[in-house]
Ligand binder design. Structure first.
Ligand SMILES: *Cc1c(COP(=O)(O)O)cnc(C)c1O
Length: 424
């Protein structure tokens, strides 16, 4: 209890919670996002003044692709408009077609499931692991049918599920493995960058992400034929000059030269930011682990680095005098510590049923298969994570160590007054 108790005293956790008339633990704001400087401005102006604003005339998108592939340790990269279209492009490159089945976790952003639906494929949910919040890889094999063609491990918060097990089952059952690494910039599995363990990986550069150009995305892989299929797809079915790829469907999902320029300049601070988050997250875990009722998400033992896009923990109201999570969140925010309840039950969202009940899916899948899908679409562990989860965002990990002490102090203060807050 020593470190957390020290943090509590330093920051005045003995006083009353704000919701009971006390002073907040934190008055200042956490670091804001995005961060930019002269290098970003110079790059953008250079593109502007060149008059070459798209990849057909400029060279910036290509330069970004080369640099990102090399940073990741991948052979190839196709930059695209956003993380959702990166997933759609990669699913195309992996030959996922209408009537196929794709295995995904339920604890993810809606884009993962939407990308699967965009191919008129059936998303099959595999339950989460309460310890890590990640897909429970030991449950993948039971979800495989003769129609399953791919599995999409999602590295939620920047950390992977057990990728050894995902790859073992994938290889054994002949499935393509697509890593949704939208939150996992510089995250690693056994020393290799996330997105390079499976057949392909996808990234997002949307405004909230750890590498940001407002919108943006990328597909990476070490399979050059796959990269060429993705390239043709993302630019309306036109293969790269000299490539022998057989073009099929396509769309315009190109990144602009402006975005590529921002990504190149933003990448210069990526490693330092990742190190800062990593150090702060480790310290925060040390402090929070000592507080009964706060259970920080664990990393798989093979995870050599998390990207810490989010900091997640489970909140056990029983250890806080029955104070419901929603009230805990309100009390914590009032102390100057912004927080949220995280994802809801994606596998139970009404839009899914609307799609499955539609004419297309009724034609593509048999009535017994769709009935079985509905009957088996239960993820009880994930339900629990959705009910108990609490998130901090990555920017909160970019400040000094004292910020972590204040977060812990705020939690301790609420716990000390949980009974009163519950009644109030
Ligand atoms: C952000 C995100 C996406 C989608 O990326 P966009 O750039 O917003 O389209 C996909 N999957 C996950 C897990 C994400 O966090």
């Amino acid at each position: 209890m020593a470190a957390a108790a020290a943090a509590a005293t330093v920051s005045g956790a003995v006083s009353k919670p704000v919701l009971l008339g006390g002073e907040p633990v934190r008055k200042g704001a956490f670091p804001t996002w995005p961060v930019w400087a002269g290098n970003d401005e110079a790059g953008l102006l250079k593109v502007l003044r060149s008059g070459k604003w798209y990849r057909g005339t400029g060279k910036t998108v290509e330069a970004f692709e080369a640099k990102f592939a090399s940073l990741m340790g991948a052979v190839g990269c196709v930059a695209v408009a956003n993380g959702t279209s990166a997933l759609m492009t990669a699913l195309h490159g992996l030959d996922v077609q209408a009537g196929d089945e794709v295995i995904i976790p339920p604890y993810t952003f809606i884009a993962t499931v939407n990308a699967v639906l965009s191919k008129s494929a059936l998303p099959v949910f595999v339950d989460s692991d309460a310890r890590t919040f990640q897909m429970d890889a030991s449950k993948i094999e039971a979800a495989v049918t003769e129609r399953t063609v791919a599995v999409v491990p999602v590295h939620i918060a920047g950390a992977p599920p057990n990728l050894d097990e995902v790859m073992r089952v994938g290889r054994k059952r002949g499935l393509k493995v697509l890593e949704d690494a939208a939150q996992a910039h510089l995250g690693e599995w056994r020393g290799r960058k996330l997105g390079t363990i499976g057949d392909a990986g996808t990234y997002s550069f949307q405004a909230s992400k750890n590498l940001n150009s407002g919108e943006g995305g990328a597909v990476i892989s070490s399979d050059t034929a796959f990269i060429e299929r993705c390239y043709a797809y993302h630019t309306n079915s036109s293969p790269r000059k000299g490539s022998s790829v057989k073009p099929a469907q396509g769309a315009n999902l190109r990144l602009t030269e402006f975005q590529a320029s921002l990504l190149l300049s933003q990448m210069e601070r990526l490693e330092l930011q990742a190190k800062t988050r990593d150090g702060n997250a480790a310290y925060l875990t040390k402090l929070l682990r000592e507080i009964p009722g706060i259970v920080p998400a664990e990393l798989e033992s093979g995870c050599t680095r998390s990207a810490w896009h989010l900091y997640m923990f489970r909140y056990d109201a029983r250890q806080f005098a029955g104070l419901p999570r929603e009230k805990f969140l309100k009390a914590l925010a009032a102390e100057g510590v912004p927080c949220s309840s995280g994802y809801g039950r994606l596998n139970k969202q009404p839009f899914l049923e609307n799609v499955i009940a539609g004419r297309g899916y009724q034609r593509l899948f048999s009535a017994p298969r769709l009935k079985e899908w509905r009957d088996r679409n239960e993820c009880p562990v994930n339900d629990r994570i959705c009910d108990e989860g609490v998130w901090f965002t990555q920017t909160m990990l970019l400040g000094p160590r004292e910020d972590m002490e204040q977060i812990a102090a705020a939690v301790l203060k609420i716990r000390a007054h949980a009974g009163e807050l519950a009644r109030g």
